[in-house]
Design a protein around this ligand. Structure first.
Ligand code: FAD
Length: 406
């Protein structure tokens, strides 16, 4: 694929090189890279700034992603404040089994809540690098994506007027339910995988009960524990898909967590008020290719991976680095290689992480499936991590996302 030369000279008010849909980790990272590269852009976001700075979601950031943010001047607060984790623990057979992936690889994870990262990114983009951003926009529509002159229209929340912005490129970073996914042409191939299970995602106002991630494999269902901050912990409980969070009063939640994460050699969990309860119907999807004419998808708009292996935000950042760098190279130097190879480069890591999430899902959910054969093979996979150095090294590499090449 090649693109005609970018137009020269400063853009008119209603014309910009790039319009970015969505102020999540993907969109804000692309915006920051463009601003640092001297490329004008506009970020359109349907929610308010306060809302996106508080929306709780991810927390695990892989080392290469932190390095990528650092190289672009976006990781100052993260590296100063985030915790580092180099171990996880599997709880099965009534005991805790520590898995020291840091010791095996010399690598670690960073734990930094997504709202903190989004707060850093929006501040850097809007307040430091002077990037334009419109919050609370409504009814976003994409036009003429297959032409060389696409545009985006939206309703301004203050005036109620429709606005049209012409551009060279649209960065579709607006997540799983945004306008980009709605604008995909019939030629888009969407592969979807449904796990057939739900996870009750919980945020507890309670200190972490362990210094690492806990994966609890229990015949009643999976339970997970992930630190978010010294006073807040994320927990997950496997439940039927479509379950009603109201059927999970706090006492039932804590009883299930204590039961499924119980280990004779570990203290019970520290309980606290539950700040969030929502049921996620676990599924994955991948949109291929990730480019349609002048629309470049990034992050959850292009691929969703259920939070089993904590990979979604990392993939969003990988896309954003490649897209931001590719757009700057093209719009400032006329080099199209990055944009030409964008979809293929992203999809290699995307499919690898999809496969790992499926593999880890089998480990997490096999014990509660009700099928003794699946329970047996699940246990065999788990034990292999502690008896086979080759299996342990392969797990560590995938969990950290450190393969030499994608
Ligand atoms: P988003 O963060 O969804 O951002 C998209 C933005 O677009 C949003 O701000 C949205 O309001 C906006 N928007 C929507 N529609 C429009 C529109 N029409 N026009 C303009 N803007 C629009 N990932 C990890 O890597 N590690 C983890 O530990 C982890 N834990 C998770 C836990 C939970 C409970 C969940 C739900 C997810 C988790 N993830 C995790 C996944 C991670 O949160 C997502 O993959 C990540 O947010 C994707 O970033 P994004 O920028 O692509 O999309």
């Amino acid at each position: 694929m090649t693109f005609p030369s970018p137009h020269a000279g400063p853009p008119a008010a209603s014309r910009l090189p790039v319009v970015i849909l969505g102020a999540g980790p993907a969109g804000l990272t692309v915006g920051n890279i463009l601003r640092a590269g001297g490329v004008d852009c506009l970020v359109l976001e349907t929610e308010s700034r306060e809302f996106i700075e508080r929306r709780p979601r991810a927390g695990v950031v892989e080392e290469w992603a932190v390095r990528g943010l650092e190289e672009r001047g976006l990781a100052g607060n993260l590296t100063a404040r985030a915790q580092r984790h180099a171990e996880c623990e599997f709880r099965f057979d009534g005991r805790g089994h520590r898995f020291p992936y840091g010791e095996l690889t010399g690598r670690h994870h960073w734990f930094y809540p997504q709202p903190a990262l989004v707060t850093d990114l929006v501040r850097e983009y809007a307040d430091v690098r002077g990037g334009a951003i419109a919050f609370g926009v409504r009814d976003v529509r994409l036009h003429d994506l297959d032409s060389g002159r696409p545009s985006v229209s939206y309703t301004d929340p203050d005036s109620g007027e429709r606005r049209l912005v012409r551009c060279d490129f649209v960065a579709g970073c607006d997540g799983a339910r945004g306008a980009s996914r709605g604008a995909l042409p019939a030629r888009a191939r969407i592969s979807r995988y449904d796990y057939g299970i739900g996870w009750l995602a919980l945020l507890a106002e309670a200190p972490p009960s362990s210094d690492c991630v806990l994966f609890g494999m229990h015949p009643d269902g999976f339970a997970g524990h992930m630190a978010r901050s010294p006073g807040v912990t994320r927990y997950y409980l496997q439940c039927p898909p479509g379950d009603d969070p109201d059927d999970w009063p706090d006492e039932r939640v804590w009883a299930a967590l204590q039961q499924r994460l119980r280990a004779a050699d570990r203290p019970p969990l520290t309980e606290g008020r539950l700040l969030e309860k929502r049921v996620l119907d676990m599924h994955n999807y991948v949109v291929e290719p990730m480019v349609f004419g002048r629309l470049f998808l990034a992050g959850d708009a292009a691929h969703l991976v259920a939070p089993i292996a904590a990979k979604g935000m990392n993939l969003a950042l990988n896309d954003a680095f490649l897209l931001g760098d590719g757009l700057v190279a093209y719009l400032t130097r006329g080099e199209a290689t990055g944009l030409d190879g964008y979809s293929e480069a992203c999809l290699r890591r995307v499919w690898d992480y999809q496969e790992f999430s499926q593999w880890l899902s089998e480990i997490c959910h096999g014990a509660s499936h009700g099928d003794p054969y699946r329970a047996g093979t699940t246990l065999a996979r788990l034990r292999r991590l502690f008896t086979s150095p080759a299996a342990a090294a392969a797990f560590a590499e995938q969990y950290l996302g450190t393969a030499a090449g994608y």
